[in-house]
Structures are given as structure tokens and as C-alpha cells.
Design a binder for this molecule. Structure first.
Ligand code: PAF
Length: 275
């Protein structure tokens, strides 16, 4: 039986009753199979699992989709029940930010938070790291599970967990994909048929990059051939988001808009080596 709590005080009571090692899966809700893969992994690495559901206003810019972001708590709860989640913590904005956001103490990423998503969405990682830090304090987990789909977020959270001596093990789960190859995202529900057709150039670009000695050029060529996609960035970086190596393992990261929906994706590639 999953316990649903909205208040921090009730979370503290529910947390105190959890046996053994505890893993947290932080989410913004609108749960899908990708989130369930995170929950399954959480159950492997811990005895008890807490899922948090909170659409964090701090990580949305004024022109972004905070108001329209899908909110499906009843369905989220049913999915958590089915997966054997112990506690769902679904606070409202006032519970999380009772003193408002003016003058709020925040957590800033280092310089890696200024590139890619951080360059396109200034303040995004401050919003993410601040809420993840609060969720870590509130849930006091031994482990926290994040998806590789948000690869830079995963790297930033991992770095924060280490830099701030949280002692929390950050566990990564590979990106879950829909049958047509599109990375699963709560935002996929926004895509029209035409948007979705255009969006599929992203997994195609990744496949081309994985098959070419120059992954960046291969991905760019595929993306350029899709007029329905507005590419924000396509970059090859090292696995820890440093400069791309001349040869060897690296990561390709892509952000693009299909219609009004911004999508991100990434995958491992090998530079300088045709497969
Ligand atoms: O990846 C997300 O859903 C969010 O960025 C997170 C980690 C739950 C913080 O709000």
C-alpha cells in the first residue's frame, strides 16, 4: 500500500517508518514507463522507495510550460501502487517554498551548469539543484535514482551530491524509448502528428552519430534535413561533459523544438572510429 503525503511533517513520519535502505526517485509527475524504470531500479538498490511528485516552478522560465505541464496525480499514484512504491510525496508550491521565492537560498551548479541546457535555459540548474537538495534533506535517502535522458541534470546532481558531501549514492538509468525510438518524456503528449514525425529526426540523428567517425557531422546532417525541427544545440562532449576527445568514447547531446515542444536526447558515441 502506497502512502500519499502532501505535507513535510507527514513525510517525516512516513520516512521514519521505512525499513532498511531508502531510495528516492524525484519526478515532476505525469509518470510514464521511463519513470517506472527508475522506480524498478530504486527497488533493486534499496529496501524502501519514495517517489516525489512536484512541478518545481523554480526551474521554469516565464516563457516556458509551467502552467500547462501535465499534472496527473491520481494516475501517478495508481502507477506507484502497482510498482510497490512505499511513499509518494506530492507537496504544493507553498509547502516547498513557504517564504516565497524572493530572497530564497539556492544551490548553484559550477561552470558545467552554464553550458548546453544551462546556456539555453538560464537559471534552470539552480532551480533543479535547489529543489533536489531540498528533496534530499526531506527524504533523507541512501540512494537517488535519475534518468540518463536528462544527462546534464544527472551529471549536475551527481556533482552536487559529491561536492556537498551528501553521502547519497546517485544511480543512473538508461533512457527508455518509445517503439519509434523517441525518448520517453512527459512532454511527448504535447506533440501533434506532424511534430512527432519531425521529432523522430532526433533518434535518427543519434543513430547516424553512433555509426560515424565524426558523430557531430553525422547528426547535424540528419537534423538539417528535417525542416520541422528547430535545433537549439547539437554537441559532442566527453562523458563528464568536458571537451570532446579527439578519439574514443563521448556523448552526443541534442536539444530541438518540434512545434512548440522542446525535446532533449543524448547517447554514447565513439569519436574517430567508424563501427
Ligand atoms: O527531471 C525532473 O523531472 C526534474 O528536473 C526533477 C529532478 C524532478 C527536479 O524537479
Amino acid at each position: 500500500m502506497t502512502v500519499l503525503v502532501h505535507a513535510k511533517a507527514d513525510l517525516a513520519k512516513a520516512r521514519a517508518a521505512l525499513p532498511g535502505r531508502v531510495a528516492v526517485v524525484p519526478t515532476m509527475g505525469a509518470l510514464h514507463a521511463g519513470h517506472l524504470a527508475l522506480v524498478k531500479r530504486a527497488k533493486e538498490v534499496a529496501d524502501s522507495v519514495i517517489v516525489t511528485v512536484f512541478v518545481n516552478p523554480l526551474q521554469f522560465r516565464p516563457n516556458e510550460d509551467l502552467d500547462t505541464y501535465p499534472r496527473t496525480l491520481d494516475a501517478d499514484l495508481a502507477m506507484c501502487e502497482a510498482e510497490g512504491v512505499d511513499v509518494v510525496f506530492a507537496p504544493n508550491v507553498n509547502e516547498m517554498y513557504p517564504d516565497g521565492r524572493e530572497g530564497l537560498t539556492t544551490v548553484h551548479a559550477g561552470p558545467d551548469g552554464e553550458i548546453l541546457e544551462g546556456a539555453s535555459r538560464p537559471g534552470f540548474f539552480t532551480g533543479v539543484l535547489t529543489v533536489v537538495s531540498k528533496l534530499f534533506h526531506l527524504t533523507r535517502p541512501d540512494a537517488a535514482v535519475f534518468g540518463e535522458k536528462d544527462f546534464q541534470q544527472l551529471a549536475m546532481v551527481r556533482r552536487m551530491a559529491r561536492d556537498l558531501d551528501t553521502g547519497i549514492e546517485v544511480v543512473a538509468v538508461a533512457t527508455d524509448r518509445e517503439p519509434d525510438g523517441l525518448a520517453r518524456s512527459s512532454r511527448n503528449v504535447y506533440l501533434s502528428g506532424a511534430d512527432r514525425a519531425a521529432a523522430l529526426a532526433i533518434p535518427r540523428a543519434i543513430a547516424a552519430a553512433q555509426d560515424a567517425p565524426d558523430p557531430l557531422a553525422a547528426a547535424r546532417a540528419v537534423l538539417a534535413a528535417e525542416p520541422g525541427l528547430d535545433v537549439d544545440y547539437v554537441a559532442v562532449r566527453s562523458a563528464d561533459l568536458g571537451e570532446a576527445p579527439d578519439r574514443g568514447p563521448a556523448r552526443i547531446l541534442i536539444a530541438a523544438k518540434a512545434g512548440t515542444t522542446r525535446l532533449i536526447d543524448n547517447a554514447p558515441v565513439t569519436v574517430g572510429d567508424a563501427r
